[in-house]
Ligand binder design. Sequence first.
Ligand code: ZN
Length: 407
Amino acid sequence: MSTDGAVERREEPPHPTPPRNGNGNGVAAPAAAARPMYGDRRLRLNPNKEHKPERYDDLQSEFDPVIFSSLERHLPPSMLEVPREAKAQFMKEILARYLPEGERTRVQRHKEYRQKILSTYQPLHKELYNIHPSSFFIPSFINAISNNTVESFRNIMSEPSPGVYTFAMLQPRFCEMLLDEVENFEKWVNAVKFKIMRPNTMNKYGAVLDDFGLEAMLNKLMEEFICPISKVFFSEVGGSTLDSHHGFVVEYGKDKDVELGFHVDDSEVTLNVCLGKQFSGGELYFRGVRCDKHVNSETQPEEILEYSHVPGQAVLHRGRHRHGARATTSGHRINLLLWCRSSVFREMKKYQKDFSTWCGECQREKKERQRQSVTATKLVFMQKTIYTEIPYQEHAEMSRLFGGTRH
Ligand SMILES: [Zn+2]
């Protein structure tokens, strides 16, 4: 057996690394003994769009069920029709490779935290917990989504700077109810002395809506009302494969967070809607989209945008669009944030490190390289015309390419 093990290690492709144990079957079929159970089966780069994935809502796992449904389209063809349990097991093993032990413990703790809230917290407005489009959204927004065309989206949107879209979205009554609900939740947190988890590392005030029962509603909001738009405007950053989200509110004011530093979001696409209340200051500023490598690079003049939020109004942008918020000088400003993520995009991004079509700086560098190579070629061409005789055909062709004079 030890010999088999050594052979197995040598034959194993370096990537992806199959799990060394944890197949859980204990008994290996003879044919499978010499190689890992799923070693020859890999996820497909392109999803099978015709395949209708199963639902995994009942699955006991630290991963969101929607991740399984969306990953299923990437299964090798031979696995598409195997029993659901086998598919789930295969995908669990793949996902486990990306989740270290510490992260798994964190996910488990968070699950218990949520469970604790859900078992005791009494919602104030039950109607918020399911999507009711006509009472949530204003008619122009509903129409644009149901028409589902680029024109219908463009009709309700402004694009004050490339990649930043703003549009009226929420009904005033919905904003009020959501603010009430958050207030009610915070009162409950204080009353029962519950230790609340804040939305992210930068906001000390605010609450995660997904933690107290709004996850399903927000997921539907993402799938049915944001995906149609992001598919059109943000497809190159995973806008057409959004499959999970982080939904929260942030609060700004004198006794809350005052401002928010310059940053990028942990999202592919961010929806930021102002819920109210009365405030002054708190303008958002945007400074261009950047990849990991270029996140601190200079801003170009055309990338500068200052934007004043209006209650009910949404801003939709790429998560990698650098931004921040100025100090809220009076009153309270509360925003609903939906960080939409694509597991497929994140996976694909690992293999594509050199050039990002969506990064302003990558594009600038590419243009600069092209400009330099054209200049260099022109120089060679000029030297050639001076020192050597170029056959007429070649000369004419190069003139056409590099803008020289025709002979
Ligand atoms: Zn870049």
